[in-house]
Structure formats: C-alpha cells, structure tokens
Ligand binder design. Structure first.
Ligand code: ADP
Ligand code: MG
Length: 267
C-alpha cells in the first residue's frame, strides 16, 4: 500500500505543435503510472478528444470540464471510470472548443482551471493529474499551463521539433512570470517517434541534451506501428501490445518519472 498523496501533482503534457505525441504520451504515461501503483486523473483538454476515444470512453458534450470552467459545476461529477485500475478520466468532446470563446471574455480565464484543480488537491484522491492539451496556444492550452505544477514536453526527433521547443519554453516562462503558476517548470522532455535507422534522430537528441541535460529523459519512445494502432482498438499500448517496445518504453518513462518525483514504483 502506498501512502496517500499529500498533494496531487498536476502535470501538463504540452507542446503547441500538433502530431508530436502529446496525446499518445499523456494516455500511455498515465496508464503506465497507474500500472505502477499511482492513482491518476487524466484530463482531456483537446476538443479533438483523441485521449477520450483512445480509452474507449463515450462522451456527451456536458461531461467535459467545460461546465466547471464557466460555472460553479462540481468538477468531481465529471470524473469517469475508465475500466482500468487507478485510472480516471475527465473526457473531452468537440463542444469543448466553445470554451475558448466563452472563457476569453472573462478576466480570470487563465486561472479558472487552476482554481478547479486546486480544489481537488486536498482530497487525497489522486497522486497525479495529467493534462492532455490541444495543439495551439489558445485559452485551453494556456489555462492548462497555468493550472500545472510541471510541464512534460514531448518532442519529435526532427529538426523542426527544436523550434517548437524554444517556443514552448518561452510560453512557460511567460506564464510563470505572469504569476498565474509561480513555480511552473519543465519537468521533462521526452523524445518521441524515434527511428533508430536515421542519424538525424540521434543528432536531434544530442542537441536537446546539450541545452536541457537535466530535463531530457533517458527513455526514448520508439516509432512503432503498435503504438499508432492501439487507439483504434480503444486500448493503451500496455493493453494492446504488453510485451512490445512501445509498452516497455512507456513503463520505463513512468519509472523514470516516478524516480524524479522521489517515488518508488509499486505494483
Ligand atoms: P499530438 O497529440 O501531439 O497531436 P499524437 O499523440 O496524437 O500527437 O500523435 C500523432 C500521430 O502519431 C498519431 O497518429 C499517433 O498514433 C502517432 N504516434 C504517436 N506516437 C507514436 C509512436 N511512438 N510511434 C508511432 N506512431 C506514433
Ligand atoms: Mg493530441
């Protein structure tokens, strides 16, 4: 039995670029943390709802975090079971896109989500809250950063990934300096879709290591067909191909993540 979490840690999986592995990482890291004994609340903040469908959860518009963001609707009523031990989800739906317009009108839009999640912290329900974010720098993404204690940045092993990294680092600095999340920091950078056959991929990793030696995860996520096909079966990679390189790499990422947080992985 692990001790109860003193405080839920909120981790945004963020990179304003699309197609870099945010959803895949948010979903499979959450599943791997749950497999290692942590209670995880995954929140899908992307109106494309790929995390929600990837877990096989059906969502009507009103089940998202939307009503809690614009009214005093209790967010706990949106938390859904996923059918997996220790893994819960607040789902998304394309209607969530409307929140961008509605929230932008209010003065405190940046800190609404933070307020909601702070409300969950003292309840000892979850060790980690993982936020999957949309591929833009709109209100949902900046709200996620402002709500987070830490940001995990997935980065594709391509040169253009480095430009994206510079941008997200600037945005994180701006959010921290605005006072919205005063201790916000990059928790880690994880290289995704690694193709062993290209020198370029290795060069990009070396470059990131030069600039971010502390943040860069040793674990690299390989490009595999099994990872990309798992969501079409509504499965995490741990369920779809439990002994393959995709599953072992996400489990290894979770173990490295927990070691960084001073937690011995259970189960
Ligand atoms: P994002 O959320 O940043 O837009 P996704 O996680 O949805 O990115 O990934 C983009 C596409 O790449 C998806 O089709 C996904 O299945 C695929 N993909 C992600 N990671 C891998 C991987 N390690 N190997 C193969 N395909 C991957
Ligand atoms: Mg996504």
């Amino acid at each position: 039995m692990l001790p109860l979490a003193e405080k839920m840690k909120v981790v945004a999986v963020g990179n304003q670029k699309g197609g870099v592995g945010k959803t895949t990482t948010a979903l499979n890291l959450s599943a791997a943390l749950a497999a290692r004994g942590q209670r995880v609340l995954l929140i899908d903040l992307d109106p494309q709802a790929n995390t929600t469908s990837g877990l096989g959860v059906e969502c009507e518009g009103e089940d998202t975090v939307y009503p809690s963001l614009i009214s005093d609707h209790d967010v706990r009523s949106c938390i859904r079971e996923t059918g997996r031990d220790r893994l819960w989800l607040i789902p998304s739906h394309m209607d969530l896109a409307g929140v961008e317009i509605e929230l932008a009108r209010s003065d405190d839009h940046l800190t609404r989500l933070r307020g909601i999640l702070q409300g969950l912290k003292p309840n000892d329900l979850f060790e980690y809250c993982i936020l999957d974010t949309p591929p833009s720098l709109g209100v949902l993404m900046t709200s996620a950063l402002a709500a987070a204690d830490e940001v995990l940045v997935p980065l594709q092993c391509e040169w253009y990934g480095l430009e994206g990294l510079a941008k997200i680092v600037r945005v994180i600095d701006e959010i921290r300096d605005s006072g919205a999340s005063p201790a916000l920091r990059i928790e880690g950078i994880v290289m995704t879709m690694f193709d062993n056959r290209t020198n370029l991929a290795r060069q990009v990793i070396e470059e990131v290591k030069n600039y971010f030696p502390q943040e860069l995860y040793t674990t690299v996520i390989p490009r595999t067909v099994r990872i990309s096909e798992a969501p079409s079966h509504s499965k995490t990679i741990l369920e779809h191909d439990p002994t393959g390189t995709g599953a072992t790499s996400y489990l290894s990422l979770a173990e490295e993540f927990l070691a960084r947080h001073g937690v011995a992985a259970g189960v």
